[in-house]
Design a protein around this ligand. Structure first.
Ligand SMILES: [Zn+2]
Ligand SMILES: [Zn+2]
Length: 437
């Protein structure tokens, strides 16, 4: 019953947005103000981004980053909260007219990578770098807050800006990221009806990529420990060779995708680490295999670990060996609410031209924005950040990743329009109707 109630609320919310787009959209004057505000603040936006880039901080340790974010948001008069989910920051921008609340999330953490670019603003912190573009994400979110604040009297409803720590995962033994933000109530008080986010992408500036449905994969971890019996390498019949068994298990696992899953519902299993054995002339008694499982839906997500364990059990037991299987559920697949995605597309088409808004096959990388999408409708897209004059761009997580900073201005413009178009729904959809979210 609760679920049906929730679906009805989602439906009402989406109908509201749909009517809004037919009825209104960002008017010409407001669009001009947005452009003018971006133009006016360009130098400041770049300065902020370069600070983030020069002083990157790892997950749950984003102290300087959070301080700078708060120092930019408090003077705007927004309701700012710090220390959310450890180092996170939220800011509520209340428009001049009553309406419902939507959220925009940017992530804050950097990676343990030594930067190799020669940029004058390269990281000053040894072994830490914003190699996933979260510095750009924060700059776009801050810029969007500045620009929308300048027209807040015209906004119907509220926008909650969420600056989230530890997207790349918290340090071992700590909680963090989107899950902790949700646990600490970022989607409540006031209840948030939809959430938006973006990720930089090493394709041409001026293009965006989206998917109406799953856009990124779930990511789960597993480890198989094969427990066999050692003996002298020259007397294998007296032992049970864990390495020979591990080889069979690896090959067996390869057939899970190709022989047991629906080919139309893709998934990935990668074993990225094998360790075991003592010496070249000893039969190994133990081998560990560690890997990752990526899926786009919950059906495969549930089935694959069972299949992996079945293979490990079958092969080890048939040789008189044993095994243990450890499995840790990570983050779910990023799921763009199909109706919300469809409703937001005209905004992207108008801003960028239809030829620059590309539908993308789901990517098997993961993003914890997915956790918000499990609670409320979400829309997440990729923003091209490669200088079109350059042949190639270093990929995400590369020590040479160096996005084009002009993507900040375009990102701000896109987010301002998306958020306004989403909010400006007819008055019949009141904030109270979202209370059950
Ligand atoms: Zn990343
Ligand atoms: Zn990232």
């Amino acid at each position: 019953m609760f679920r049906g109630h929730k679906i009805l609320k989602v439906l009402l919310f989406l109908i509201g947005i749909f009517c809004a787009l037919i009825a209104e959209g960002v008017d010409k004057n407001t669009a001009l103000i947005i452009d003018r505000e971006i133009e006016k603040n360009r130098a400041e936006f770049i300065k902020t981004r370069r600070f983030f880039h020069m002083y990157p901080e790892l997950g749950n340790r984003e102290y300087k980053t959070a301080k700078l974010i708060a120092s930019k948001l408090i003077p705007l008069g927004l309701e700012v909260k710090t220390g959310v989910a450890k180092t996170g920051v939220t800011a509520l921008l209340e428009g001049g007219e009553t309406g419902f609340t939507i959220a925009y999330r940017a992530d804050m953490d950097a990676l343990p990578i030594q930067e190799l670019t020669e940029a004058p603003y390269r990281s000053l912190i040894p072994g830490v770098m914003h190699a996933c573009g979260h510095d750009i994400h924060m700059s776009i979110a801050l810029g969007t807050a500045v620009v929308l604040n300048s027209i807040k009297g015209k906004i119907r409803g509220s926008i909650k800006f969420i600056f989230q720590p530890a997207e790349e995962g918290p340090p071992p033994g700590e909680e963090g990221g989107a899950r902790l933000m949700i646990k600490e109530g970022v989607l409540d008080r006031p209840p948030v009806g939809a959430i938006f986010g973006l990720h930089v992408w090493p394709e041409n500036l001026g293009k965006v990529y989206f998917s109406a449905g799953p856009i990124m994969a779930s990511s789960d971890w597993f480890r198989i420990t094969i427990k066999a019996k050692s003996s002298h390498a020259a007397r294998p019949h007296e032992g049970i060779d864990a390495i020979a068994l591990a080889s069979q298990v690896v090959l067996g696992i390869q057939t899970i995708i190709s022989r047991t899953l629906d080919p139309a519902d893709p998934a990935v299993i990668t074993i990225g680490k094998i360790s075991g054995g003592e010496r070249s002339n000893t039969i190994a008694k133990e081998v560990q295999l560690e890997g990752t499982i990526r899926t786009l839906g919950e059906k495969n997500r549930k089935k694959i670990p069972q299949s992996i364990e079945n293979i490990a059990r079958g092969i080890t037991h048939s040789y008189g060996a044993d095994y243990t299987f450890d499995y840790r559920k990570g983050i779910p697949s990023v799921y763009n609410h199909p109706e919300l995605a469809k409703i937001m597309l005209p905004t992207l088409f108008n801003l960028l031209g239809e030829e620059n808004v590309k539908e993308m096959k789901p990517q098997f990388v993961a993003e914890d924005f997915s956790c918000y999408c499990q609670e409320i409708p979400g829309f997440f897209f990729f923003l091209g950040v490669k200088d079109p004059a350059k042949e190639t761009s270093a990929p995400l997580h590369s020590p040479s990743f160096d996005p084009d900073e002009r993507s900040i201005f375009l990102g701000i413009k896109i987010m301002c329009h998306l958020l306004l178009d989403c909010l400006h729904n007819p008055n019949y959809l009141e904030r109270t109707s979202l209370a059950a979210f």
